[in-house]
Each structure stands twice: as structure tokens, then as C-alpha cells.
Design a protein around this ligand. Structure first.
Ligand code: SF4
Ligand code: FES
Length: 147
């Protein structure tokens, strides 16, 4: 985890570029680094800000963002190009000793029946120890969860 990411307030950050707006939700980011591997000149944890959205095309950004398993990264196309297509059928993937990766047209509903999130990608906590339930916050590493 970088210093910038540790000190991020839990607010949605936006990075605008031609044809697309990139959203990053720090609280959901578990630093899988798929984004960094996909576009290292855009997603650089050592840079400030760590997202340089103008360093790639809207299509390249969208492709990289869709590799983010947690939904911490998402985007809104502003150039008329279709938005992200949810996986169909819905995919549910338990990660070894870690969260449940889900991809699809996801609606999260709380105990009172309120919709708390709509998303295409989410990492749900599977160890029961997250302080950001129902989402994984990497607590499974500290607690030595095995499954
Ligand atoms: S791929 Fe998603 S969860 Fe992983 S570091 Fe990038 S934003 Fe965070
Ligand atoms: S599975 Fe990651 S915090 Fe529970």
C-alpha cells in the first residue's frame, strides 16, 4: 500500500480525460495492481496523483479499468461509446484464502432492503473480518484466513 493510498480519505476521486472520466474509490482498493500492470504509465502508485488519465486513450483506460476485480476503479464514457457491459452470466470466483470476486450486473442490498451499491465488479469479504463489510479490505491477510 502506498503512502498516498494509505492517507486517502474514503471519497470517490475523479480523473478526467478526453472521452472518459475515471473514478477511483480508495476504500474498495485492495491493491491487486491489475491496473498498474495493464497501464503502468497511467496507474503509478509512486506518482502524485497516482492516476494520469490523459496518458492513454479512453479505450485503453476502459480496458485496463475493467481488469480491476474490486470495482475500486470504474469509468464513465463521455464520448458516446457504450458504458461497461456487465459480465453475463454473473461470475463468482472465490479467491484462495481471500475474497469472493463477483462480476455481473450487481445490486447490493442492506439488511433493511436499501440498495447500497450498483456495480459490475466487487470483491466481497469471505473471511468475516473486514472493517468494510460486505467488501474485502485485506483483513484476511492479517488474520491468516485459510480456505
Ligand atoms: S486493480 Fe483495482 S483494486 Fe487493484 S490496485 Fe488497481 S484500483 Fe486497486
Ligand atoms: S476476505 Fe478480504 S477482508 Fe475478508
Amino acid at each position: 500500500m502506498t503512502t498516498e493510498q494509505r492517507h486517502q480519505p474514503d471519497v470517490l476521486k475523479q480523473y478526467e480525460a478526453p472521452g472518459v472520466v475515471v473514478h477511483w474509490e480508495p476504500k474498495l482498493c485492495i491493491h491487486v495492481s491489475n491496473c498498474v500492470r495493464a497501464l503502468p504509465h497511467v496507474f503509478n502508485p509512486d506518482a502524485r496523483p497516482w492516476v494520469n488519465a490523459e496518458a492513454a486513450s479512453a479505450d485503453e483506460l476502459a480496458g485496463a479499468i475493467e481488469t480491476c476485480p474490486t470495482g475500486a476503479l470504474s469509468y464513465v464514457r463521455t464520448d458516446g461509446t457504450p458504458q461497461e457491459t456487465p459480465a453475463s452470466p454473473t461470475q463468482v470466483q472465490p479467491r484462495p484464502n481471500g475474497p469472493l470476486f463477483v462480476r455481473g450486473d450487481i445490486v447490493v442490498i442492506d439488511a433493511e432492503g436499501n440498495v447500497t451499491r450498483r456495480a459490475t465488479r466487487i470483491a466481497f469479504c469471505r473471511c468475516g473480518q473486514s472493517r468494510n463489510k460486505p467488501y474485502c479490505d485485506l483483513s484476511h491477510l492479517a488474520t491468516g484466513f485459510r480456505s
